[in-house]
Write a protein of this length. Structure first.
Length: 382
């Protein structure tokens, strides 16, 4: 409980002082707006008042008294939100005979901030990056790590040669329900999606910038003709010199999907001995889908495949299985398919910061499917 109150207070302070990340700001304001507009939520007001007083007393000590009254109103709104979002207050929706979403358990399933993004060096020396404060630094094995105003985790190298640090590989790992923007030592940007990791040396070598990705990442690579940028992911090699592209390579998913927005990349499928099995060159809006040793190239709207970096998921005739895979990863839930639903697709836009109930209700109203939620398990039925 104390850890939850501490997390709530830290997010609230960052929100009020203007230091919250874009993700935190959007989540706080969006969730508060939705809670305020819902008349069918019953709250244990006694428990709410107790936690309100506790959190406010701590926050009040640290807020700059010169803040305007408008800011204090924002604080009050945020505190009310955080009580609902972070403290286990029991509430339920009144029965709606028209809904197709059956809530087995009364549980708030909004993407949270408790799971931690972790940095490890050579598989050890784990550091929690979410605790890194604006203006502070962490120095680990030749790397200086800081946090930008927008929440970006920034890696810069100390004045050491690559040879001295050749065995120092830094790995950033995100949990489910969280993503991070990372600035690499060469100033390239990587958006790391939930349940993903990226490994890289600090600094890069004088002739090559090579990273290893597990999961999904959107890359904005700094152009450097003398040092090609290479992404390794499950038997796939992507060679670039400066471009924007997305790679989805989750171990439990059968397909590796690479989508190019700008520039050009060369993609190779290699075996365990690094022998090239197949290769392809991509131009903007090209996409390569790899399944084992098979490679398929197609033309797409690349923007549709980086929606996860924004505040919404956008689906366009997307198979329900793919929709639920994204939802499961973001909301940290397990999806159980009780029946085969191969032919169902979904088109529409849903906010990533909505309660999962609202997301599933929207899907169930538009398609021939309904859902049951029990704890952190979502059952899908016709």
């Amino acid at each position: 409980m104390k850890n939850r109150e501490k997390s709530a207070k830290e997010i609230l302070l960052r929100y009020v002082e203007g230091k919250a990340s874009a993700e935190e700001i959007a989540w706080v304001e969006k969730y508060y707006e939705e809670i305020s507009n819902k008349k069918d939520i019953l709250i244990d007001t006694g428990l709410a008042d107790k936690h309100f007083a506790s959190i406010w007393s701590e926050v009040d000590k640290e807020i700059n008294p010169r803040k305007s009254s408008r800011i204090f109103k924002a604080i009050a709104a945020a505190v009310a939100l955080l009580i609902l979002a972070f403290i286990p207050i029991y509430f339920y929706y009144k029965k709606d005979e028209n809904t197709r979403l059956h809530l087995v358990e009364n549980q708030n399933l909004v993407p949270g901030f408790y799971n931690q993004t972790v940095l490890s060096i050579n598989g050890t020396n784990k550091v929690t990056l979410d605790d890194l404060q604006l203006g502070s630094e962490i120095v680990e094995t030749g790397a200086v790590i800081s946090k930008g105003k927008d929440g970006t985790i920034i890696f810069t190298s100390q004045d050491q040669t690559h040879d001295a640090l050749s065995e120092a590989f830094h790995t950033v790992s995100t949990p489910r329900a969280k993503q991070h923007r990372i600035k690499l030592p060469d100033n390239s940007i990587v958006w790391l999606n939930a349940n993903s990791s990226i490994e890289f040396p600090v600094p890069f070598s004088a002739s090559l910038r090579q990273v290893t990705l597990i999961g999904e990442g959107f890359f904005e690579v700094e152009r450097d003709l003398d040092r090609p940028f290479v992404v390794l992911s499950q038997g796939q090699q992507i060679l670039v010199k400066g471009t924007k592209f997305n790679v989805s390579a989750y171990p439990k998913e059968k397909l590796l999907v690479t989508t190019l927005l700008e520039g050009a990349v060369d993609l190779k499928i290699v075996d365990k001995d690094n022998k090239i099995l197949k290769k392809s060159s991509l131009e903007p809006n090209d996409q390569v889908v790899v399944s084992g040793a098979d490679l398929k190239k197609q033309h797409v709207n690349a923007l549709d495949y980086i929606d996860w970096t924004n505040e919404k998921f956008n689906f366009n005739d997307t198979p329900l299985k793919d929709v639920m895979t994204k939802i499961a990863r973001w909301y940290d839930v397990e999806v159980v398919w009780e029946e085969s639903l191969k032919n169902i697709t979904f088109s529409g836009s849903v906010s990533k910061f909505d309660d999962i109930r609202d997301v599933l209700r929207k899907i169930s109203h538009t398609e021939s499917v309904h859902f049951e939620i029990s704890e952190r398990r979502v059952m899908v039925k016709k």
